[in-house]
Write a protein that binds this ligand. Sequence first.
Ligand SMILES: Nc1ccc2nc(N)nc(O)c2c1
Ligand SMILES: [Zn+2]
Length: 375
Amino acid sequence: MTTPIRFELIKTCRQTGARLGILHTPHGSFETPMFMPVGTLATVKTLSPEELKQMGAGVILSNTYHLWLRPGHDIVAEAGGLHAFMNWDRGILTDSGGFQVFSLSEFRRIEEEGVYFRNHLNGDKLFLSPEKATEIQNALGADIIMAFDECPPYPATYEYMKQSVERTSRWAERCLKAHRRPNEQGLFGIVQGGEYEELRRQSARDLVSLDFPGYAVGGLSVGEPKDVMNRVLEFTTPLLPADKPRYLMGVGSPDSLIDGAIRGIDMFDCVLPTRIGRNGTVMTSEGRVVIKNAQYARDFSPLDPNCDCYTCRNYTRAYIRHLIKCDETFGIRLTSYHNVYFLIKLMKQVRQAIREDRLADFREEFFERYGFNKP
Ligand SMILES: Nc1ccc2nc(N)nc(O)c2c1
Ligand SMILES: [Zn+2]
């Protein structure tokens, strides 16, 4: 079987152990560490594919659960798959729905065969299983698809977590068996186990023995403190094969991206840039700016004086504040554009720091200027 996803390790940062790599996919090859913008319903909210390309986005996310409900994976398949449907010819990754089932639906019942829950839009009874989630992702046609897992609540007891990890490993094997397009779509396993080192080891052992083309670290960015996330990464990423891509799901903020890269993560995704952009909050090199604040009413400087994006080259804080205050759609387009660009550019700076073996120095400088508290 020729796996469609290949990770090429270019070098390792001598100061931190962070990896510089290239992720080869059927829709192009992209440098890592990389940030992947999230386009849950087949669009990165308010941004066009041309704008995403301008920024240097390589792989973007979409979501099995949401596209299953609307418009239906059959319609996307009839359109020729997600790339054709959304006019995106670079990489696409679909999450398996595991996370959404737990975050969106109140009433859910987890059984060995799968999860019973209600449609968060109309209350209809639904059932999602490893086989169903894989069938939907095969129909959607993303380059990377994710195993159907349980993303356990945080915190969870050791006993609950052990049961969950063992079931997620059995589900991962069922996804491998159900996968109909292994030569076109790389299926990644998702390591669970919460903050318990023994369970993370067990989960990694189970999944690595199934030889996936890539591995995600799941069950993080679910409300745990950052030092817990960093500790879990420290003992989890070394358990994963060095020649395969490592993907930290749902992360994140600038400091978490840098700290994740230092701990051996190659791929990140998060709704943060577009989500906070929609309420007028932007990430800048000097920290967060809440543009609605009165202090910016007559501030004719760019959102970020050190940013060369379309928004920062052409518009002022005063103008963007005005648009956001008046609920003008163009306002959230400008903030979303800048925020996604900011994280993509941050990853570019991280890759350059790895090339120069100075990622720890870069972390120091960035944290100082952004205002993150010292480690
Ligand atoms: N923080 C996250 C975000 C997305 C996830 N998706 C899956 N399938 N599993 C997880 O554990 C996730 C965690
Ligand atoms: Zn900008």
